[in-house]
Design a protein around this ligand. Structure first.
Ligand SMILES: [Zn+2]
Ligand SMILES: [Zn+2]
Length: 192
């Protein structure tokens, strides 16, 4: 097993088709862009599934650093923006790897799967993961240049104290109600 995939699996907690998909996407990006030391590489992920964890592990685009932006369209699309190169790469995982598995996957998710089906599913899953890991880039990925504006940099905002819970929060997230400054949480929990 490739060292990067091993690391991604450790980070993610299990091996699954989604992780393998993200791994192929991230590996491609890694070969074309250097790993983000700070935040020069920004990833815009159009899903919040297992694949995103491979991107975080391989490329250092993470939620905490602000260089991972989730715009959930439920698509296996990742846009990588390089602040150094000032250009973006859009990668769509086009490989139809789950062909014929949809019914089983739905049964599995709803818990209506039988023992025999579960066995069949396990076999199919292993085969899918293998196909993803061993497939050719051109069969699995659709890569194009993307013309997008530079994503906003993570910014530091001053803090305010919420006049209800007394906890500190980022100023830009503040709300006002009845002349009081509130954190978003208190504002949303306020009974009107
Ligand atoms: Zn997973
Ligand atoms: Zn509050």
């Amino acid at each position: 097993m490739d060292e990067d995939f091993k690391k991604a699996a450790e980070f993610h907690g299990h091996i699954c088709p989604g992780l393998a998909m993200g791994y192929r996407v991230a590996k491609y990006a890694k070969e074309h862009y250097p790993r983000a030391m700070d935040e020069e590489l920004v990833c815009i992920a159009e899903n919040k599934s297992c694949s995103v964890d491979a991107v975080q592990s391989l490329l250092g685009c993470t939620a905490g650093k602000g260089n991972l932006i989730i715009e959930d369209n439920g698509k296996q699309v990742f846009i990588f923006y390089s602040r150094d190169a000032n250009r973006a790469l859009r990668i769509y995982f086009k490989g139809d790897v789950f062909r014929g598995m949809d019914a089983l996957r739905q049964k599995m998710a709803s818990g209506a799967i039988t023992g025999t089906e579960e066995k069949e599913m396990k076999g199919l899953r292993a085969k899918v993961i293998e196909d993803i890991l061993n497939g050719k880039d051109e069969d699995l990925l659709s890569v194009t240049d993307a013309d997008i504006p530079a994503p906003e940099k993570a910014r530091i905002y001053p803090s305010l104290i919420c006049q209800k819970c007394s906890e500190r929060f980022m100023e830009i997230m503040g709300r006002t109600a009845n002349g009081k400054v509130l954190c978003k949480d208190c504002f949303e929990k306020m009974v009107c």
